[in-house]
Design a protein around this ligand. Structure first.
Ligand SMILES: Nc1ncnc2c1ncn2[C@@H]1O[C@H](COP(=O)(O)OP(=O)(O)O)[C@@H](O)[C@H]1O
Ligand SMILES: [Mg+2]
Length: 351
């Protein structure tokens, strides 16, 4: 039987392209060669796709790869993608990668892919809109306030007063559509607000302010099994910094993680597992997702960061939770591809 040609797409145009390189390289390395023929596809920072040789997959940074594309890689026009692959494993993160853009392109080409479709991917990226949907579903979300560029330019003092009244200190500012903790800040006194809003506005046209959550952070990978979404397992996160920063996420050994959780009582673990499945469904996620949140000291469970994709580096939640379920990296990757093929087979119109 012909092996399924799996295009592993990584790199990309977002602030998370180095994270994506780690994901893509690891997916490429771990795909089961008995079942799949992996095809490494690098997206450069102009959104062009390149078929790259394995020597380029193992480069340290996307800059190293980009410098060698002209000589060592082959540019692939979008229309020609179907000649090269049967399936797309999206290892892109952030803007244009897990926000619906590449998903729309793949739908037009008729190629099945990992993760949800256009709308759910876009929702997974937008922290402001997803909070409204989760709230309507009756799920706990942080109290928040969106400040647009115009509001900030026209009535900054009023906005700062509103923050103070609504949240007190500390509170959190973040860009609504970013990832990897980029642009996230904890505001502990009034003087810190301005710089944090400006920083968030470097990444998006609005800044999202949230109440500060004091509790235990968790992350749950959910797989879209035939009988409905199922959490793989649950990880309890203890960052070494003030919060779960970029370095805590990606520097080896920087963060304590417990899979399954050590300090969350069993009854609350059950509540979390139910809530992450409800969030998955409410946002229309398909294939898989990573739903993150907090258990507060009073026992309330809040969903703070539902993601329509997950980091796929060796130490990611995805592989940790798969291991807890007895699945080696290659096994869970195969599982994901099987699930994706099923949901694309069953879809009517775009996913
Ligand atoms: N409202 C909040 N209260 C406390 N900590 C927060 C809050 N929002 C975010 N954080 C911290 O910042 C990290 C990154 O924020 P998050 O909303 O998850 O954005 P990202 O999409 O970048 O992961 C979280 O993992 C958490 O540690
Ligand atoms: Mg997060």
């Amino acid at each position: 039987m012909e092996k399924l040609r799996v295009g592993v797409i990584f790199g990309g145009m977002s602030s998370e392209r180095e994270v994506s390189l780690n994901s893509g390289r690891n997916v490429y390395d771990n795909l089961d060669r008995e079942a799949y023929a992996p095809v490494p596809l690098f997206m450069d920072n102009a959104g062009r796709l390149w078929l790259i040789p394995w020597q380029l997959v193992s480069q340290n940074t996307t800059v190293d790869i980009s410098e060698r594309l002209e000589k060592e890689a082959k540019h692939v026009a979008y229309e020609d993608l179907k000649d090269l692959i049967d399936f797309a494993f999206i290892a892109l993160h952030g803007k244009y990668g897990d926000d619906g853009c590449i998903q729309g392109l793949l739908e037009l080409l008729g190629l099945p892919f990992t993760g949800p479709g256009v709308l759910a991917s876009a929702l997974g990226m937008d922290k402001h809109i997803q909070q409204k949907i989760l709230q309507a579903e009756g799920l706990g979300v942080p109290r928040s306030m969106l400040v647009t560029e115009e509001m900030w330019a026209e009535r900054r003092e009023e906005v700062e007063r509103d923050f103070e009244e609504k949240f007190g200190y500390p509170f959190v500012i973040k860009p609504p559509r970013e990832g990897s903790s980029i642009g996230v800040a904890i505001i502990r006194e009034r003087g810190e607000t301005g710089a944090a809003v400006e920083e968030a506005l470097r990444w998006d046209n609005a800044a999202l302010a949230e109440e500060f959550l004091d509790g235990i952070e968790f992350s749950s990978i959910v797989l879209d099994e035939e009988n409905g979404p199922v959490p793989l397992s649950l990880t309890e996160i203890h960052p070494q910094s003030d919060f779960f920063t970029y370095n805590d996420k990606y520097m080896p050994g920087r963060c304590r993680k417990f899979t399954p959780p050590k300090n969350i009582p069993a009854d609350l673990i059950n509540v979390i597992k139910k809530d992450v499945v409800r969030a998955f469904r409410a946002l229309g996620f398909r294939c898989y997702g990573r739903i993150d949140g907090f258990v507060l000291k009073d026992g309330r469970v809040l969903i703070t960061d539902p993601n329509s994709s997950s980091g796929m580096a060796p130490s990611s939640f995805f592989f940790e939770q798969a291991a807890e379920n007895g699945m080696l990296p290659s096994m869970v990757l195969s599982r994901l591809i099987e699930i994706a093929l099923r949901v694309h087979r069953e879809k009517l119109g775009p996913l």
